[in-house]
Write a protein that binds this ligand. Sequence first.
Ligand code: DAT
Length: 171
Amino acid sequence: MRRPNLLLTGTPGVGKSTLGKELASRTGLTYINVGDLAKEGELYEGFDEEYECPILDEDRVIDELEDRMREGGVIVDYHGCDFFPEQWFHIVFVLRTDNSFLYDRLESRGYKGKKLQDNIQCEIFQTLYEEAMLSYREEIVHQLPSNTPEDLERNLDQIMQWIEQWMKDNN
Ligand code: DAT
């Protein structure tokens, strides 16, 4: 049975992992958090002194995921999207959160100063939406509001309906 691959992207804190994990548990698809995958496999190529975080080794991440993506049925979560092979994904969701909500979420995650400001700006300038629109066919890129628990439920319902339809069309 063929199953689709989904990409969940957006600024840190918009709710990608909350949505991705719940979607995986309701659909049986596999959830992969690229940040966690990199940490487990130490898929890094140096350290960014300005942001005080390791730099992702994108080629090794791709090598690591290639076989699983070919099988299908994977939900990928990452706050970047321009380095994945375009043909991996059947649909791309960019989660969007209003600043007031995002600020509180990032602050309670312990972000402060420049890191907090940069992430808020990333959302204001819709950086990830533009990155997604440049990296994938526009028809497969969708924005999802992710402010409230009601948004989460609505997003889950819509995505599950889309998966069901995709499975009918492709099997
Ligand atoms: P991300 O994976 O994009 O970094 P997350 O899933 O860890 O984000 O969510 C960040 C925080 O926001 C976390 O405390 C859960 C909360 N959250 C996520 N989606 C939400 C929603 N739709 N409504 C309210 N809170 C949400």
